[in-house]
Design a protein around this ligand. Structure first.
Ligand code: NAD
Length: 253
């Protein structure tokens, strides 16, 4: 009998950047990737493309991570379908930069809801299944904004991304005994089509030449590579860690 593939759920997997690269990489690695995203159409499109590329079915579940009931339902659907969940990648993030003195309550609330509460919601619903099966790897996408003192990110985003680090570490401590590892990845600037529309080309050029220690900005694949590693058995001795992938701009200390 053919051995069952491992199952990975990726949130916000149908955007222009990191989530899509992670979904593609994990599919390449042999996982049954559950493609989830708040954008229903793109979510189905990505799963369809993966299905065509790999000639095996990929499940699409449109999912807004801020909706706890929807997350509960999605996780039940995954476990009913595959009877397991091996990897959870919490990639969904949202940001709006406003100084604290002018920040609206909506901005603060939305950022905490998507970035931090969304990560909690998915972990809360995946962990009981992982505990039951006695294995699992969770990778949470934070940011160098979690520790950088900078006006570039906005305080709500920085607070939410720092919260993800604390959440990851405590969850790692609680769940190691069940064979579950929890790690965080903190990207620096990662180029994508969406950001290209917001920032002028000179911004990326300046960042690459003056700030990055490797002469370039990041690509979504740079993050997909480390997620691929952390999701795999090769990372079996690694938990509770934060991996900075940011061209040396702001190493974690
Ligand atoms: N791009 C960067 O420079 C950078 C740097 C550091 C950290 N990050 C983090 O990496 C992650 C991915 O960022 P990205 O810029 O590559 O974007 P991305 O393309 O991976 O994600 C965008 C997608 O997120 C989806 N989304 C938004 N809100 C959602 C919600 N509530 N529920 C589910 N899906 C939702 C959108 O529909 C869109 O498809 C985010 O957590 C972000 O904060 C990005």
């Amino acid at each position: 009998m053919e051995e069952q593939r491992k199952v990975a759920l990726v949130t916000a997997a149908a955007g222009a950047g990191i989530g899509l690269a992670i979904a593609r990489q994990l599919a390449e690695d042999g996982f049954d990737v559950v493609v989830t995203d708040a954008h229903e159409k793109r979510c189905h499109d990505v799963a369809k493309k993966l299905t065509e590329k790999h000639d095996r079915p990929f499940l699409a579940i449109p999912l807004d991570v801020t909706d706890f009931d929807a997350v509960t339902k999605a996780m039940k659907q995954v476990v009913a379908h595959y009877k397991r969940i091996d990897v959870l990648v919490n990639n969904a993030g949202w940001n709006k930069i406003e100084p604290v003195s002018e920040m609206s309550q909506e901005t603060w609330q939305r950022c905490l809801d998507v970035d931090l509460n969304g990560t909690f919601n998915c972990m809360r619903q995946a962990l009981p299944h992982m505990i039951q099966q006695g294995s699992g790897s969770i990778v949470n996408i934070s940011s160098i904004a979690a520790w950088e003192t900078s006006t570039e990110h906005g305080a709500a985003y920085s607070a939410a991304k720092a919260g993800i680090l604390a959440l990851s570490r405590v969850a790692a401590a609680e769940n190691g005994k069940y064979g579950i590892r929890v790690n965080a990845v903190a990207p620096g600037l990662i180029y994508n089509e969406f950001l290209r529309r917001i920032y002028p080309d000179e911004f990326f050029k300046g960042y690459a030449e003056q700030r990055s220690l490797v002469g370039r900005v990041g690509e979504p694949q740079d993050i997909a590579n480390i997620v691929s590693f952390l999701a795999s058995e090769k990372a079996g001795y690694i938990t509770g860690e934060v991996y900075t992938v940011g061209g040396g701009v702001s190493p974690h200390s």
